[in-house]
Design a protein around this ligand. Structure first.
Ligand SMILES: NC(=O)c1ccc[n+]([C@@H]2O[C@H](COP(=O)([O-])OP(=O)(O)OC[C@H]3O[C@@H](n4cnc5c(N)ncnc54)[C@H](OP(=O)(O)O)[C@@H]3O)[C@@H](O)[C@H]2O)c1
Length: 130
């Protein structure tokens, strides 16, 4: 029987021959809290090597601790790589670090950001009204 695949918006992530995601590598931005954190926890529980690309290693440490508690004992790595996405230099450093690591990139989850800030919302509304 063919191994299952994991679908999201039509994209298929091929599973390993045993049907798991073990050994896949995911880089998730903004995984220190919220949706990014939950995504990192979930992927790690499926044996994915998760790289949490976050602003603060200190703030992200509790997430790594939680992953260590919940992930299978033979789970691959979970690590925090610091990045400030508002800085192109920082983004380039992250990209260089990833390339230098030699790791494959199976999942890039561009999650970091914020929604609903009043000034942004009103700026967008003003633009839509004009
Ligand atoms: N929650 C919702 O209902 C909802 C709805 C629609 C869309 N979204 C989108 O989903 C994403 C996650 O939402 P959330 O509710 O999980 O938000 P959240 O809990 O506020 O988490 C946002 C994450 O993004 C990080 N981040 C923000 N600016 C960053 C920067 N310049 N560089 C690096 N990291 C940065 C934050 O890091 P720090 O911890 O360092 O601040 C945090 O880890 C956002 O893009 C949001 O716009 C959310």
């Amino acid at each position: 029987m063919a191994p299952p695949t994991y679908r999201r918006n039509g994209y298929k992530l091929p599973a390993t021959p045993d049907g798991s995601l073990k050994g896949k590598v995911a880089l998730i931005t903004g995984a220190s809290s919220g949706i990014g954190k939950v995504t990192a926890l979930e992927l790690a529980s499926h044996g994915v090597h998760v790289i949490l690309a976050c602003r603060s290693a200190t703030k992200t440490q509790p997430v790594l601790d939680e992953i260590a508690k919940k992930a299978p004992s033979d789970a691959p790595k979970a690590e925090c790589w610091e990045v400030e996405l508002a800085s192109i230099d920082s983004v380039n450093q992250l990209a260089d670090r990833f390339i230098a690591s030699g790791l494959p990139l199976h999942l890039l989850i561009n999650n970091a950001g914020f929604a609903g800030a009043a000034e942004i919302t009103s700026a967008v509304r003003t633009r839509m009204e004009t």
